[in-house]
Write a protein that binds this ligand. Structure first.
Ligand code: ADP
Length: 261
């Protein structure tokens, strides 16, 4: 046990110094950081278990009921649909987790190239087959610099959310404008549910989902926006949003121009 006297507020650290050397502020800071990392990991595992438990419980129930001989054809169909939905949800969860993990471990390096953003936006929009989506890119928009596939994933996530959290048929506008010599801003504007003010500060946290009755029946993993944030930062950009609950949201992110200095 150390004979270094404990200062008020430092007792927990100082009494655990088994090397019998005075603890410097740097050592204390490292220890604090490690404790924080352990706490973050524990919380992450806790959230992950919770995310896995819900679809698994539902799957278990549906599979059990599918074994009942007395089910009508329609009831069987209904349970099979439920099984399919839960399996898709688990697949989505797994894919997002793998991508998040790779990004955090620095394994998903950006392979930046110069490319035409408008062509990419139109390509991504085409996948949604949704006439509500419109794109208005500034006509003389310069080429941007980034990993084309990773930027497409950011767009897919933001567009999926805009559609998911808006009433059917509500218009969704996508745009891109040059913000300065080196920066282009891309945005997705919807007139959907919006985000309650007290939830706005937590939106980019892993697994965070807004709890409000207006979206109680909309499913998700709570990973889409944290993934977007990492992907945007991987291109050297930043992401943000403005939103009014009940009126809609505007999510935006920045990319470097191909000719940036
Ligand atoms: P998920 O959609 O899987 O729950 P996300 O990380 O993509 O997870 O989003 C986190 C939360 O932010 C969502 O639960 C949703 O309530 C809110 N949100 C995201 N995008 C929008 C949007 N365009 N309009 C309203 N709410 C949104």
């Amino acid at each position: 046990m150390s004979d270094v006297p404990a200062m008020p507020g430092e007792a927990a650290f100082l009494t655990h110094n088994t090397l019998d050397v005075p603890l410097t502020q740097a050592v204390l800071d490292d220890k604090k950081m490690l404790q924080q990392q352990v706490e973050d990991q524990t919380q992450f595992i806790h959230l992950l278990l919770h995310q896995l438990a819900t679809p698994l419980t539902s799957l278990h129930g549906s599979v059990y009921l599918l074994g009942e001989d007395s089910l009508s054809h329609d009831q069987r169909r209904e349970f099979l649909d439920l099984v399919q939905q839960q399996v898709e949800h688990l697949q989505e969860l797994l894919q997002s987790l793998v991508a998040l993990q790779d990004l955090e471990a620095g394994m998903l390096e950006a392979r930046p190239i110069a490319f035409c953003l408008s062509s990419l936006v139109e390509e991504v929009m085409g996948k949604f087959h949704s006439p509500e989506l419109t794109y208005s890119g500034q006509p003389d928009l310069p080429d941007v610099w980034g990993d084309r596939w990773q930027v497409s994933q950011i767009l897919v996530n933001l567009l999926s959310n805009a559609i998911k959290y808006s009433p059917t048929d509500a218009a969704i506008a996508i745009g891109a404008t040059r913000q300065s010599e080196n920066i282009v801003e891309v945005w997705v504007h919807d007139r959907g549910l919006g985000i309650p003010a007290d939830a706005q500060g937590r939106l980019f946290e892993r697994f965070y989902r807004v709890r409000h009755h207006d979206r109680a029946n909309i499913s998700g993993t709570g990973l889409g926006l944290s993934l977007c944030k990492l992907l945007v930062e991987n291109q050297g950009g930043h992401i943000g949003f403005e939103s009014v609950h009940g009126a809609g949201s505007r999510f935006y992110f920045t990319l470097l121009t191909a000719q940036h200095s």
